[in-house]
Ligand binder design. Structure first.
Ligand SMILES: Cc1cc2nc3c(=O)[nH]c(=O)nc-3n(C[C@H](O)[C@H](O)[C@H](O)COP(=O)(O)OP(=O)(O)OC[C@H]3O[C@@H](n4cnc5c(N)ncnc54)[C@H](O)[C@@H]3O)c2cc1C
Length: 264
């Protein structure tokens, strides 16, 4: 399945919003999950094929020129207009996906598989705790938009600085706390420290914790070891790993997840 870039918007200095349309998006079937994602394929420069391609036709293509898979959250799906919105973190001039998004222009094409997804706010929970970095903001924003009026939620979000904050809509009773790496001597501890300092409202909490692998793991460990929360069924998983591209991260991810599960 593929879509054609309709618009490119610099949401914040560190995030680019791309709206896809046309292509064969009329076949897109949303899961209804607020963490819905697609497996997008980024075509390296110099590749001898273009979107749309048949994966089976690429057997003879050199490994470095084959499509590079990356997962991205569906920030919004417009069923009437067949428009798919993805918010990409602009994390410097590195990475097939980040570079593609920062250079994208109307008419460019993006091929993907999916969608998949596994989370939507649990309507039985007393309150919701959503924790993450920029890569998780699309899913957290979509989750906050889904809350029924008055539902209690706290979102702890880490970004570089105040210029990278973005408005988040919700009918819920939501506190959004923005944490800034640039002010911090230990930016990788900001999320876990903020969760540890939080006075938890009463009642069962619905958890959504995603972002950089080490930061997610520290939060998970705290919730389990220090707060005594059963995190085994919670939506807590790493989206990317510092100092690893997605290929090298995927190579160690199962081992990482096994070690994380053994934390508690
Ligand atoms: C289910 C799921 C949903 C996701 N949704 C989104 C989304 O909606 N938006 C989004 O931007 N990302 C999202 N991600 C994360 C995204 O897939 C990764 O960040 C991916 O590595 C980006 O690929 P790249 O080609 O740009 O960089 P890579 O080639 O993978 O990495 C190049 C370098 O950039 C670093 N890097 C990668 N991502 C980041 C980052 N976010 N911040 C700082 N440095 C980084 C790497 O550590 C590496 O050093 C999601 C991941 C998953 C698993």
């Amino acid at each position: 399945m593929y879509g054609v870039v309709q618009s490119v918007e610099q949401l914040t200095p560190g995030m680019v919003r791309i709206v896809l349309g046309d292509g064969d998006l009329d076949g897109f079937e949303s899961t209804g999950c607020t963490d819905e994602y697609v497996n997008a394929f980024f075509v390296p420069d110099g590749a001898p094929y273009e979107v749309p391609f048949e994966p089976d036709d690429l057997d003879g293509v050199d490994a470095e020129l084959r499509p590079k898979p990356r997962r991205f959250t569906v920030r919004a799906w417009d069923d009437e207009q067949n428009r798919l919105t993805i918010d990409f973190v602009a994390h410097g001039d590195v990475g097939y996906a980040g570079r593609w998004a920062q250079r994208a222009a109307p008419g460019d094409r993006l091929q993907f598989r999916g969608p998949g997804g596994g989370y939507a706010p649990d309507t039985d929970a007393a309150w919701h705790l959503l924790v993450g970095d920029e890569s998780a903001i699309p899913a957290i924003a979509a989750s906050l938009e889904r809350l029924e009026p008055g539902v209690r939620a706290i979102a702890l979000l880490v970004v570089d600085d105040p210029a990278n904050e973005q408005p988040l809509d919700s009918s819920g009773d939501v506190d959004v706390v923005w944490l800034h790496r640039r002010d911090s001597p230990r930016p990788e501890d900001l999320l876990v420290d903020a969760v540890a300092a939080l006075e938890f409202p009463d009642g069962p909490v619905d958890l959504f914790v995603h972002g950089e692998a080490g930061e997610v793991r520290a939060v998970r460990r705290h919730l389990s070891a220090d707060r005594g929360i059963d995190v085994s069924e919670a939506s807590i998983s790493p989206y990317w790993r510092r100092n690893h591209d997605d290929e090298s991260w995927r190579a160690i991810k199962s081992q990482w997840l096994a070690e994380q599960a053994a934390d508690a």
